[in-house]
Design a protein around this ligand. Structure first.
Ligand code: IFM
Length: 724
């Protein structure tokens, strides 16, 4: 396996947000942004916690950032050695992607050299570990202030109404109590390998242990830090748990070895080789790194937020991104994680029922932005108008009804890929029936018509709100109706007891014929004479402007393109793959001609304003035999976090962070696109369609409980693909 190092020598202020994402380390329990140790809230430092949220006042409910135990400040002769203020001769920040080690090395003008390595322990997910060495060229006096910084960065905070800071048995402790009454405890212990004095104090929401020591010329001091993080969602007394974990932690070197071993095992499965294209190989492995870093391996029922664990953007919520874009990676590499994300949906069914009821509907209306319990964090005003500074009414929460179908599609994918039916029996079938009920309760029919419609919806393309019969939404709803019939019929045959238990609970048998009928009567956006499917009723009548023309109409670059007055709303310019997403997801139902016609029509009309877009077009391009056209679209997805940039604003709302769905989409493009995998009962066949320059591809997936080698070209080892 090849090494993969990401490095930068920049610490320019304007790059700090991007670097924080690019150099992120995480272990599914928490994500630590790739910021420098001397940074604070203004530089967007965050130890972002999975699955625990809080609301301050009337602000958006968002995930918690823990007090930061990686806050360090070195002073030499009383002068702070902190970037970017202190003059440095050389600086390098590195992410060792294979070992998930973050490091920085800075040589200051005064001859002091600082090297700090840290990681989020992949096995013991409550632990954060750091080792710093400081070397002086000439004799100097040092102070090292190691702090737990309780002054955390929040978008809609503060989330801690109390922050108790203390030292107990030489361990620094921070115990934050949130507005909703949760607790987050952080406890940190230190070692310093040469004579020193230590003084602890509390200063501006920081608990600081200040170590004073002297270095002779050429001498090096080594400092280690192990911190434990627990919340009241983990245990009744997070403070005790954090203290015990910090006390029991072995030496840094041992923790480091455990952590690296755990990553080695993950890479044995996840590594991707591409002979002939190092750029693509690196980007794909870097994408896999992010997906592994945010995978909830520690949990039975937890999902992955749209911005991973990179902060509070999008309220740390779970979107359709997980089922539609990330799940394929987890199914192939960590099927247990795939299962945990789907159990999360099963466990949040009560929240989806409540939401449906709130809208006067039946069944399960899943949260567009799901937090714990299925609570929908999506606000009615998701965008702030750049001109008036007023919140704009958006209808994502109310109208993106396709979210419920994504949950069903995820359950279906799980069963199909793993061959394991257990999730249907363990609550999945209940979700399915409630999903069918939901769509059934939304159907409308004109008095003189025999066609059912889904009116007033938003499809994947969010720039066109409140449209009728969005092609993607209608077909995914049809899929739900069909599955509800198929899965329950099979269950009645194969697991009659489970079926009867479900029937006793839901009393749904009599509804099955209605679902069957709805699957036929729901309106289809049939391909027109040229084979193009209209994205929604009336779409073709909108102004056929180009993306460039529409962009030129912007008065402010941060302006929102959608909503009532957005520049795209009255045109055919769409935000992201919509019909094309449908044609990939339900690919067995459409011909190559239909795919080609729609790809050619919609691609030039797509702004790719979402990182979920390009990968779908890459998949389509491969399927119609254009891998070279697919390539830049694929690479854009795979490099979404490597290159940074991307859309940072929706109106005045910051939407930066990592893009695990783009990472997952790039992985899908590799498997389903370039390798052309065809999984069936006998194993996986591949029909590679490689872009120019690719000599061979090799990777592994777990399929139906077995590890399958997928390889072609120069890496095929004498065989084209592997079946079992
Ligand atoms: O789920 C997406 C949506 O499709 C486009 N806006 C951002 C969301 C989160 O990634």
């Amino acid at each position: 396996m090849k090494e993969l190092m990401i490095t930068t020598s920049s610490c320019a202020r304007e790059e700090i947000p991007d670097l924080g994402n690019r150099y992120l380390t995480g272990n599914g329990y928490m994500g630590v942004r790739g910021t420098l140790e001397e940074y604070g809230r203004d530089q967007l430092v965050a130890v972002n916690l999975a699955g625990i949220y809080d609301r301050f006042g009337t602000g958006w409910r968002e995930p918690l950032n823990a007090p930061n135990p990686f806050a360090l400040r070195f002073l030499s002769g009383g002068e702070p050695l902190t970037l970017p203020e202190a003059a440095a001769d050389a600086h390098r920040q590195t992410l060792d992607v294979r070992r998930a080690l973050h490091s920085r090395e800075t040589r200051f003008e005064n001859g002091v050299c600082l090297h700090i390595e840290r990681f989020s322990h992949m096995e013991q997910v409550h632990l954060l570990c750091l080792q710093a060495t400081v070397t002086a060229q000439s004799a100097a006096t040092f102070t090292l202030e190691a702090a737990i910084d309780g002054d955390v960065w929040d978008i809609h905070g503060p989330h801690y109404r109390e922050m108790a800071l203390d030292t107990q048995d030489e361990l620094l402790t921070a115990l934050g109590t949130t507005n909703e009454g949760d607790q987050v405890a952080v406890c940190a212990g230190y070692t310093l390998d040469l004579a020193h004095t230590r003084r602890d104090r509390t200063d501006a929401r920081k608990r600081i242990a200040a170590f004073a020591f002297q270095l002779r010329a050429g001498e090096t001091a080594t400092f280690t830090l192990t911190a434990a993080v627990y919340t009241s969602r983990d245990t009744q007394s997070p403070a005790d748990a954090a203290r015990r974990a910090a006390q029991a932690a072995p030496a840094y070197a041992t923790l480091r070895t455990q952590h690296i071993r755990c990553w080695e095992k993950l890479w044995e499965r996840a590594n991707i080789e591409i002979d002939g294209d190092e750029t693509a190989e690196q980007a794909l492995n870097y994408s896999a790194y992010h997906l592994l870093s945010v995978a909830p391996r520690h949990a039975e029922s937890l999902s992955v937020p749209a911005r991973g664990l990179s902060g509070q953007t999008y309220k740390g919520a779970i979107f359709w991104d997980t089922e539609m874009f990330m799940l394929d990676f987890y199914l192939a590499i960590l099927p247990e994680v795939a299962k945990a994300t789907l159990r999360y949906r099963i466990d949040t069914l009560p929240g989806a029922r409540v939401k449906a009821e709130q809208y006067g509907l039946r069944g399960a209306f899943y949260a567009w932005e799901s937090q714990e319990g299925g609570y929908d964090a999506c606000s009615d005003y998701n965008v702030t108008d750049v001109f008036t500074q007023r919140p704009m009414r958006t209808y994502f929460r109310d109208k993106q009804i396709h979210i419920t179908a994504a949950v069903v599609y995820g359950l279906w994918k799980y069963a199909r890929w793993t061959g394991d039916d257990s999730l249907w029996r363990e609550g999945g079938a209940e979700v399915l029936v409630e999903a069918a009920r939901f769509y059934h309760s939304l159907l409308v029919r004109r008095v003189e018509s025999d066609i059912d419609e889904l009116r007033d919806v938003i499809g994947p393309d969010e720039y066109h709100e409140r449209v009728n019969n969005n092609a993607y939404t209608n077909e995914m709803a049809r899929f739900v109706f069909e599955q509800s019939v198929e899965v329950t019929t099979r269950m009645a045959r194969q697991a009659p007891d489970d079926f009867e238990a479900l029937e006793r609970k839901l009393r749904f048998k009599t509804e099955i014929p209605r679902f069957t009928e709805a699957a036929c009567s729901l309106k289809r956006q049939a391909p027109d004479a040229k084979g193009v499917m209209e994205q929604f009723d009336g779409y073709f009548a909108l102004e056929d402007a180009t993306v460039a023309q529409v962009r030129a109409r912007l008065i402010d670059p941060r302006e929102y393109w959608g909503g009532a007055y957005g520049v795209a709303a009255q045109t055919q310019v769409i935000k992201q793959a919509d019909v094309i997403t449908l044609l990939f997801m339900l690919r067995d139902r459409y011909t190559a001609d239909t795919l080609r016609a729609n790809y050619e029509y919609y691609l030039p009309r797509t702004e790719h304003g979402s990182s979920l877009s390009a990968c779908m077009y890459a998949l389509a391009a491969c399927a119609i035999g254009k891998p070279d056209e697919a390539y830049p679209l694929f690479l854009g997805s795979a490099q979404a976090d490597l290159n940074g940039g991307g859309k940072q604003w929706a109106g005045l709302v910051y939407i930066g962070g990592t893009h695990p769905a783009a990472a997952g989409g790039a992985y899908m493009a590799l498997l389903w696109g370039f390798l052309g995998i065809q999984p069936d009962a006998d194993g996986i066949r591949i029909s590679p369609r490689l872009p120019k320059g690719w000599q061979g591809v090799a990777c592994q997936v777990v399929y139906r409980g077995q590890v399958v080698q997928l390889a072609c070209g120069t890496l095929a080892d004498g065989h084209q693909g592997t079946a079992f």
